[in-house]
Design a protein around this ligand. Structure first.
Ligand code: RFL
Ligand code: PHB
Length: 384
């Protein structure tokens, strides 16, 4: 088998890349180790930056997103017994975010790709990439796919990044001493906007998916066992961390899904080796506090599409050669922002009274100074 671009992974990065390449007349095959049902149901991100929405709409896959997505003009920071709104409309006019589940983006992309004859293979076994510096090819389930370029869109635990020879990549990492317990519940959201709550008991986030479905996260210990969190304990803890301002009551309902997500910051440089280009979580991870992971994956894929379009138009490798450098600039801004939001809102060592005071001081600054609030707002909606 032969194609122009062999894409490993049918997450948002791989699927969007395949779709954008198709719009430029470039062929690809997507190889995914999970089933279609599995990738369509995997509950993850929910916040889309303006540029992400624009990319999906311009690519013709934004119809349902525009109909069902929830546009938000701000977020709330809740701490010390009060809520403070960060108003995007006022601070960064014309830029906002849209709440729309990542798995809905994935469903829309799969449907669009299959409708125009796209080749996505689900449940493929033993994917391996070969001959990366010369004439690359992919093997899987006893088959071989030859291609000009391989796009490693296989997430943090994929096979592409580990196939790069030792010594080529420099890795940068931060671990955090906590994880997030994520919960999806059939209940009307208790507020119209997202609430990032810092409390003495740890961080909590109130988010949503639709007028009938809410999404919550709780800071828990790293490596926490899900069995330690029966539904009653989850609701009690969410109440304790969110019902901290007068007049706010948390509505409760049936929990549909729950899971524990580790928190990590990670970057591999460069995002390329020979004919292998990494995009999305395969190259970098951020803790979810800044809502940046999916948006970075989309930005990588936008850049890789332009670079490949240039290459196929006239053989020019200028954009491909600059791909890693250009992406890493944005990646590092998002790394800093995500680390900063995480540091500001979580409980680290409860004995560290000095650290706690620093957090409070910075939260007071962000919620009282237009300059500081604008820093948060422009990073949250996405740097232009
Ligand atoms: P994905 O989505 O991990 O997709 C990779 C795909 O590759 C497949 N794969 C393989 N296929 C073939 N052979 C192999 N050997 C393979 N190994 C892996 C996998 O099955 C999978 O289908 O990576 P991608 O496409 O780069 O997309 C990245 C995003 O998924 C991720 O950054 C976001 O979900 C992060 N994230 C958030 N990002 C945001 O922008 N806003 C948010 O609000 C947000 N919230 C979150 C998040 C991530 C979370 N978790 C669970 C990590 C909230 C959470 C809880
Ligand atoms: C979500 O709705 O899943 C979500 C929202 C904001 C974040 C992370 C996740 O920072």
């Amino acid at each position: 088998m032969r194609t122009q671009v062999g894409i490993i992974g049918a997450g948002p990065a791989g699927l969007l890349l395949s779709h954008l390449l198709r719009l430029r007349g470039i062929e690809s095959v997507v190889l995914e180790r999970r089933s279609r049902a599995y990738v369509e149901q995997r509950v993850r991100a929910g916040v889309l930056e303006q540029a992400t929405v624009d990319t999906l709409v311009d690519a013709g896959v934004g119809e349902r997103l525009l109909r069902e997505g929830l546009p938000h003009g701000g977020i709330e920071l809740r701490y010390g017994g009060a809520g403070h709104r960060i108003d995007f409309e006022e601070l960064v006019p014309g830029r906002s975010i849209t709440v729309y589940g990542q798995q809905e983006v994935v469903k829309d992309l799969i449907a669009a790709r299959l409708a125009d004859g796209g080749d996505i293979r689900f449940e493929v076994d033993d994917v391996a990439v070969h001959s990366l510096s010369a004439e690359p090819y992919v093997t899987f389930g006893g088959e071989r796919l030859d291609c000009d370029v391989i796009a490693g869109c296989d997430g943090f635990h994929g096979v592409c990044r580990p196939s790069i020879p030792a010594g080529v990549l420099t890795e940068f990492e931060r671990d955090y001493p906590f994880a997030w317990l994520g919960v999806l519940a059939r209940v009307k959201p208790s507020a119209e906007e997202l609430i990032y709550a810092r409390s003495e008991r740890g961080f909590a986030l109130h988010s949503m998916r639709s007028p009938e479905v809410s999404r919550f996260y709780l800071q828990v210990a790293a490596g926490e066992d899900l069995d330690a969190w029966p539904d009653e304990r989850i609701w009690a803890e969410l109440r304790a961390r969110l019902e901290t301002v007068p007049g706010f009551t948390l509505a409760t309902g049936q929990i549909i899904e729950k899971g524990v997500t580790p928190m990590r910051s990670y970057v591999a440089e460069p995002m390329q080796y020979g004919r292998l280009y990494l995009a999305g979580d395969a190259a970098h991870i951020v803790p979810p506090t800044g809502a940046k992971g999916l948006n970075l994956a989309v930005a990588d894929v936008r850049a890789l599409t332009e670079a490949l379009a240039g290459f196929y138009a006239d053989g020019s490798t200028e954009l491909l050669d600059g791909y890693s450098r250009d992406c890493l600039k944005r990646v590092w801004r998002a790394q800093h922002f995500s680390w900063w939001m995480t540091t500001l809102l979580h409980t680290f060592d409860s004995d560290d009274a000095y650290g706690r005071r620093l957090q409070t001081s910075y939260l007071d600054y962000v919620t009282s100074s237009a300059a500081a609030a604008t820093t948060l707002a422009e990073n949250y909606v996405g740097m232009a």
